[in-house]
Design a protein. Structure first.
Length: 125
């Protein structure tokens, strides 16, 4: 019985040391292309909320904002985050002010988010 306890105690000490060594290493970060790839994969599977987090990471990692903001705003629309999508479209319109499709999408979102309209039901109260 005692040798078994001693063995478990020794294994526990080794495990703690390995965990401490791993905790001190900096985390491995992905590049913008990898974040964008993961975001697109998640979005294609219907996981729009999770995809939006990876799109934001791709932006932070230096990906092309025009490409990412367009895809991010669509993912946020699919996730039901209409106010966030409108904010992203505003950012995108500062980069591409003459894009008529973006302006129409922004106008549509404004109509959906007007005061007195329920976002979830899509109907006026």
């Amino acid at each position: 019985m005692k040798p078994l306890l001693l063995l478990l105690w020794a294994c526990g000490l080794c495990g703690c040391g390995a965990a401490q060594a791993r905790a001190e290493e900096p985390p491995q970060l992905l590049g913008s292309a990898e974040y964008l790839s993961v975001a697109r994969s998640l979005a294609s599977c219907g996981h729009a909320l999770e995809a939006s987090l990876f799109y934001e990471a791709a932006l932070s990692a230096g990906a092309d904002p025009v490409v990412v903001l367009k895809e991010l705003s669509l993912a946020e629309i699919h996730a039901g985050r209409l106010r966030d999508a409108r904010r992203r479209l505003d950012q995108l319109l500062t980069l591409r002010p003459m894009d008529e499709d973006l302006r129409q999408l922004r106008t549509t979102l404004d109509g959906l988010l007007r005061p007195g309209r329920s976002e979830l039901s899509g109907q006026d109260p």
